[in-house]
Design a protein around this ligand. Sequence first.
Ligand SMILES: Cc1cc2nc3c(=O)[nH]c(=O)nc-3n(C[C@H](O)[C@H](O)[C@H](O)COP(=O)(O)OP(=O)(O)OC[C@H]3O[C@@H](n4cnc5c(N)ncnc54)[C@H](O)[C@@H]3O)c2cc1C
Length: 434
Amino acid sequence: MHDRIQNHSTAVIIGAGASGIAASENLIAAGFKVILIEARDRMGGRASTKLVGSVPFDAGASWLADSQVNYLRKTADSMGVKLYPTDFNRALVQYKGVNALVEGTEFMTAVRRRLILPYLKLHIREFFGSLKTLPSMASMLDPLLKKYGAQAAYARELMIVNEASNLDLTSIATLLREHDLIGEDGYNPFPTDDVMVDGGMQAFVTSLAKKVKPSLGEAAQAVIRTENGVIVQTTRRRIDADAVIVTVPLGLLKAGTIQFAPGLPVEHRAAIGRLGFGNEKKTCLVYPNMNWAKEHHLVGLHDSPYFNFMVNVSAIKGQPMVMALSAGDKQIAADSLSIDELATALHVNVRAILGSNAPDPIDFSTTDWGNDPYALGAYSHSSLDTLGNEAKILQRPIAGRILLAGEALSNRNGYVDGAWSDGQRAASVIIRNL
Ligand SMILES: Cc1cc2nc3c(=O)[nH]c(=O)nc-3n(C[C@H](O)[C@H](O)[C@H](O)COP(=O)(O)OP(=O)(O)OC[C@H]3O[C@@H](n4cnc5c(N)ncnc54)[C@H](O)[C@@H]3O)c2cc1C
């Protein structure tokens, strides 16, 4: 028999990213004693901002995306945070040696047409409770590449980053899901209302921790079920708890970094295996000024072996920075370069497209999420093995007291707001158990 969870019970939350902060705040509000432990020496997790020169560089999440469905966008608005809309729709695209100005409307109409059949099939299958894997993104988009040229090539680069993976390894689940969430217009890789936040994403996410005080630099090593509760073994102590929420990234669950005793249920483990967890690399250059740069927010880099696209932060936020994103094969190629080589390669693109008289950068930086021991990658996606029931399985409480949470379990996986709402969901399961 387990002790009943009561409103003065102790809950341990593992991980102080968006999900862990949301779970902690909700449990504290419900009267729980919350112990939030975080392996890093800071809060925010994959919402991570560092100063490069004097410019904030969002090394992890940059945008609050999809304003129609983004809870944190509304929160940021209500807090009076200054937000910087980014126009993904009118981009300069380097395509087969030519710089073209593209808008994505026609291409997206063609994609939506191709999605109607898979969308209907999926819903019919769901109605009959039958689960099947879905075709790859590449099989959906590649037949359109020839007809829509630069426009399609640009969309493809955005989608590779969105999935943090090559498109032949990810399923069309994202395209179909956005149709469900956002409605008739469905998935739009060319949004105009995604916003960057003033001061960077880390400061914003951290500012949402109102009551909770995390224990920083303390890593969980094991979650051990006992007859009456749970023990969390950390690098510093053994904590007796009534409930635990584990919000570490999916990459760590795949790698078995935290030991569960007894082990996670078979269904949970299988679901963890079926979900994809990709990588994304960001590289930034800081310039003395950017008076020389064109005004476009986005530049598609179809021809580059290292970068999918670059972002003119100066045109968006008025800060003299260019940031490039790499995923899939391009991320692997970028990882093979030294930071100096990478910065030089990016500067060549900047000169070729944004302004031929660009001065040399005064500072630069890059990321390596794949080797970050507390991330082991960037964010989750639906792989070709994903059946669509994984999040529901992973959301099931284990022995009524152990919950997994975080971006990978959300119907907005890959996003900060998805992580936030999933943390709230996990807390509410514990609160309902009172
Ligand atoms: C390069 C990149 C770009 C992105 N771009 C965007 C974007 O533009 N917009 C968007 O909405 N989202 C974006 N995302 C995704 C977004 O950052 C994540 O979905 C979200 O931040 C995940 O929050 P989380 O709480 O689920 O996980 P995390 O933020 O990873 O939090 C988990 C925490 O657990 C900690 N931890 C790990 N192991 C242990 C342990 N053993 N003990 C204790 N603590 C531990 C980690 O240090 C971390 O702080 C991006 C992510 C990356 C990496």
